[in-house]
Structures are given as C-alpha cells and as structure tokens.
Design a protein around this ligand. Sequence first.
Ligand code: IMP
Length: 191
Amino acid sequence: MTVLVLATGNPGKLREIQPYLEGLSWDLKLKPEEIEVDEVGITFAENAALKASQVAIATGNWAIADDSGLEVTALDNAPGIFSARYGTSDADRIERLLRELGDRPDREARFVCAIAVARPDGAIAMQTEGICPGEILLAPRGEGGFGYDPIFFVPEKGLTFAEMPPAMKQEVSHRGRAFQALLPQLKALES
Ligand code: IMP
C-alpha cells in the first residue's frame, strides 16, 4: 500500500476526513507534528496545493491537504481564507462573525473546501473543490461538529451543520463534496 500523508493538525477535520478515505488501498498517515506548513496563498486552492506539496517534499511520500473556510456575501466574502485566524477560539470567531453581520437581512454564506494531492516530489497530481451554500443564523444552534458549524444553516436539510448527524454533514458539506469529486481520481491511481 502506498503511504498518503494527511496534512492537517486540526482534530475536527481529521475526524471528518478519515471516513472518506476508508476502504481505499492507501495507507493514511498523519502529518508529523514538527512539519510546519505555510498558508501564504490567496485562494483555498492555492493553500491546499502549498500544504500538500510541502508535506510531500518534507516526508518523501504522497500527501493530501484541504483548505477550507466560510464566505459571507454581505461581508465581502470574509472571513474566507482567514476563517481559522478570525479569532482565538471557535466561540470567539462565531461571536465576531455575528457581531460584524449584526441584524443585516442578507445572511447568505457558503463553505468552500479545496483539496490537493501531491506526489512525493511535490508535484500536484489532483485538485478538487466543493461548495455548500447556506445562511448565517442570528444565534448558534446544535452541539456537533466544529468551527462555525452552530451558526451555519443549510436550507436543503433544514438544519445547521452542528445539528446534523455526522453522515449527513459528510453528504452535503463542502468537504464531503470535494472528497466525492476526488475519490474516483484516487481510486484510479490505485490500479
Ligand atoms: P483551514 O484549517 O485553514 O482549512 O481553516 C479552516 C477554518 O475554517 C477552520 O478553522 C474553521 O474555523 C473553518 N471551517 C472549515 N471547515 C469547517 C466546517 O466544516 N465547519 C465549521 N467550520 C469550518
């Protein structure tokens, strides 16, 4: 089996990513903690590619990375690629977003996820993107998930990400959609 190093230090994401890759004949390993990756790109796709490439080169293995975040239309698509850096904790980030949006009626938002897979020499072999459209609620709802999940409402399901059972979030989320697009390509490489 070929080793595939997962370039994330975020345990919430790891829990969500692992199930997508189960059943594939890739030997999934976590990125060693000492490998730091720079997120200096200006798009999700650029950041995913940078992370996958750097981890592949540092470990000498195939690597997979995702970069994701929340875009809020009325805030000029903020926090966007700065979603993780928008505050010091999940509660802080949610509080800031709700404060900046105030009681504006336009609550349209979307989660975006870009995934990149790099070969051991750092060359990008595959890239996909997934989008989940939704709305920002006035107050948090639900206990599951991580990050901005309690304020992100998905009209298609009538629930916030934090209210969804994990399998439902896997089906409709930006990350789920990006992985659904990636899986056929990963499978094709196995043979
Ligand atoms: P990344 O680790 O650079 O991809 O940053 C992603 C950030 O966007 C996370 O730290 C979260 O704050 C947010 N985010 C990404 N995906 C999700 C999700 O599925 N639910 C809630 N927040 C998310």
